[in-house]
Design a protein around this ligand. Structure first.
Ligand code: RIB
Ligand code: CA
Length: 318
């Protein structure tokens, strides 16, 4: 077996973030080197508390957590989405505080230090707004060429957003940061709504989590009802879209996905198109705005049942 793939998860936990973190921790193909935290589903303060608490609950307080930015690069933070993830970011179910504090360095500083100490070895897995990644790229202009890959959950290239017809939540929270990140000089894979809304867990699938009997699954069973209720009310779904975990699934089973590859820009205007991720499919003759950008692997399809079973199998390992 090859050595585990080293990843840093940048996260705004978040119910689906919690699932993705536990999924990664239970997958021997991956080594979670660190968590970095960001605003989005909750404030960065709450995201940091939850990230530390999730690791403590999983018995993995050996993994460092570095606190990230409190606000977007230029926009204003629109605030937590309590109606989706609960006021505490954990489905209003609460989570005991970890006795372990966050490390002293910032998220951007940890990312830069870790990546530059291991050129070509680190994969960034952002599953929240991309502010910390953009700040790290500014802090170290050589970051991109020293990264193995960025596999991010965010965006919507060929489908509507989930905040409004243009915008997906992670990009919506910091479009300027996202536009910087999509220009990074490394391989980028985008697990956007194009694919994540095609990977769904039913309430029957989620009931299996409740029956697993390990501490991680028991926590997920406590925080999921709030998230299920949101999907029922807003999407008419009998279950949930699997957003953040789909980025983890791509790392584990890329062959279960389909994609197309195009340079991506993000609309940073102030009109109704703001935060739309726009793929250059080589249409038209004035594509200068996308010139020089590496093509992003935009995931467009997946074997949903296979990925759901893979994640449930890993979550059952505790
Ligand atoms: O649009 C879905 C994304 O926004 C997920 O990362 C979810 O956790 C929220 O952050
Ligand atoms: Ca998230």
């Amino acid at each position: 077996m090859t050595s585990p793939r080293k990843i840093i998860i940048d996260t705004d936990p978040g119910v689906d973030d919690a699932m993705a973190i536990f999924y990664a921790l239970s997958s021997p193909e991956l080594e979670v080197v660190a968590l970095t935290t960001i605003f989005g589903n909750a404030t960065t303060e709450t995201s940091t508390h939850n990230a530390l608490a999730l690791l403590a609950l999983a018995g993995r307080s050996d993994i460092p957590v570095a606190r990230g930015a409190d606000v977007p690069l230029v926009a204003t933070y629109k605030g937590p989405v309590a109606f989706v993830h609960g006021a505490d970011g954990q489905g209003n179910a609460g989570i005991p505080a970890s006795p372990t504090p966050a490390v002293a360095e910032s998220a951007a500083e940890l990312i830069v230090r870790t990546v530059m100490a291991a050129p070509g070895e680190i994969t960034l897995v952002p599953v929240g707004p991309l502010t910390n990644i953009a700040l790290a790229m500014r802090l170290e202009p050589r970051l991109g060429e020293n990264l193995r890959e960025i596999v991010l959950m965010g965006g919507n290239a060929f489908c509507p957003g989930n905040v409004n017809p243009s915008a997906e939540a992670n990009i919506h929270n910091d479009p300027e940061a996202a536009d910087i990140v999509f220009g990074a000089a490394c391989p980028i894979t985008m697990a956007g709504l194009d694919v994540t809304q095609k990977v769904q867990m039913t309430t029957s699938d989620l009931a299996r989590i409740a029956a697993m009997g390990n501490p991680r699954a028991a926590h997920l069973a406590r925080i999921l009802p709030c998230y299920v209720e949101f999907h029922s009310r807003y999407d008419g779904l009998d279950g949930i879209f699997v957003h953040d975990s789909t980025a983890i699934s791509y790392l584990l089973a890329p062959e279960a996905f389909t994609w197309s590859e195009h340079p991506v820009r993000v609309d940073c205007g102030q009109s109704f198109g703001r935060a739309k991720t726009i793929a250059d499919e080589a249409v038209g003759n004035d594509n200068a705005a996308w010139a020089g950008r590496t093509a992003v692997r935009i995931l467009t399809g997946a074997d949903s049942r296979r990925l759901v079973e893979l994640e449930l199998d890993r979550l059952d390992r505790g």
